[in-house]
Design a protein. Structure first.
Length: 151
């Protein structure tokens, strides 16, 4: 789909400004107190945001062939699923760093104590659910690509 040149220029400038802003923000977080490993989850999110902005720009201003659009959608599904599953795995590893045998929920006015094993298992369960959800969306996208329905 071709758009007017002014729309394409403004979309390109908006995407470029967004990219510069989020990369500078991620760099400042990684260079500061968080360090590289502390800022790695934020970098993964930033890369996905840049990917989404670039995909939207290409789709709206230039137009994508069906095969390339399918490939980019599958890439996004796999990346999002892997990143979220990695985040859950990191959260489950963080739980084991607590020295006590239980973990109190933050911002609670009553004492809800969870054993570290249960909390670690919860994060692993969420990660597995994310992997299955990404696989489902990948299969659904593949079926729509192979058998398009015209309405």
């Amino acid at each position: 789909m071709q758009t007017a040149p002014l729309n394409s220029i403004s979309a390109f400038l908006g995407t470029a400004i967004l990219t510069i802003f989020v990369v500078a923000l991620a760099e400042s977080i990684s260079a500061g107190f968080a360090g590289f490993w502390g800022g790695l989850p934020f970098w993964l999110i930033i890369l996905f945001i840049i990917y989404l902005a670039a995909y939207n720009f290409l789709e709206e201003c230039i137009g994508l062939p069906k095969a390339l659009a399918f490939f980019l959608q599958m890439l996004g599904i796999v990346y999002a699923g892997a990143t979220l599953a990695f985040g859950c795995w990191q959260a489950s590893r963080f739980v084991t760093k607590f020295g006590t045998s239980s973990f109190s929920l933050p911002f609670s006015d009553t004492e809800h104590m969870l054993a570290n094993g249960w909390l670690q298992g919860f994060w692993i369960f969420i990660g597995i659910c994310i992997i299955f959800t990404a696989a489902y969306w990948g299969m659904k996208t593949y079926r729509e690509y192979k058998n398009p329905t015209t309405t």
